[in-house]
Ligand binder design. Sequence first.
Ligand code: PHE
Length: 338
Amino acid sequence: MTEKLNGLLKEALSELSKASAKEAVLLIKAKYLGRKGEIPSLLKEMGALPPEGRKQAGEAINRAKDRLEEEVEKALSSFQEREKEEKLRKERVDITLPGRRIPPGGKHPVTQIMNEVEEIFYGLGFDIEEGPEVELDYYNFEALNLPKDHPARDMQDTFYINEEVLLRTHTSPVQIRVMEKKRPPLRVIAPGTVYRRDSDITHTPMFHQVEGFMVDKGVTFSNLKGVLTLFLHKLFGEDTGIRFRPSFFPFTEPSAEIDIRCVICGGKGCRVCKGSGWLEILGAGMIHPGVFRAVNYDTEEYSGFAFGLGIERIAMLKFGIDDLRLFFENDLRFLRQF
Ligand code: PHE
């Protein structure tokens, strides 16, 4: 019996050492340890032994069984380990591969300056309003004190759609549209696109303006001067020189143009300021009584100032760009610099 047991154990261990897969181990396990396996059957044969030998034989069989069970478990777990490693190797992701970049967009330099201007006036309590780019002649000219035969219409080369409809040549019509709807006190800026028949290195047929106006009881030219000085100092720096020059616009009286000290040469005179040392930045003035009459405001009760500025011109000066057309070519090599 002992011989038979030892033989079985040896055989089982040798088969186990040759097993090449989990399935083979399981077959060996069933063959030797299963309910009808070789080793449990030995336990049944024990009944034929004399009682003295039974105990010894039982112990020997149980030892062999434990030993084999242990070996089977070892073999199984080693195969399981191998399977797990194999799975990990297959599912491996190379995290050192560079990812696909989503290129971030950037704000166009014109938008940047527009936002900056809006930010400053927003801080001064101005509301932001918008008007249509396809505008009626009435809002673009007539209500702004520019009747049909007025010679000052020549100041702006207009794209007409028909007799009464045009592409707005400035943002000033938003003054009328807002005043028609609302009563003073008003503090408003109106940013937007405007159109003129003009094209060279300092003019494009489309460009951007910001209109601004303030209407209330007792608004004076010194309010205009104070607000615009503060604005220009915020935009170009606190020690930028500023001058107010008398000028003419049909919708303001008195009218002024406002210059800053040339940011390129500091006032000595250069190509950009055409030797004058000054750069024209803003058109402005006290709103003309004819404009107030068009919106039924009592000119005895209310007064106000208005101004308009070109955004591209400011962007050119702030970023040192010498050709306006660069803004509209959408060349990424240019745009990426801002
Ligand atoms: N609308 C004028 C222009 O485009 C600018 C302006 C606005 C002047 C408001 C005075 C008051 O040239």
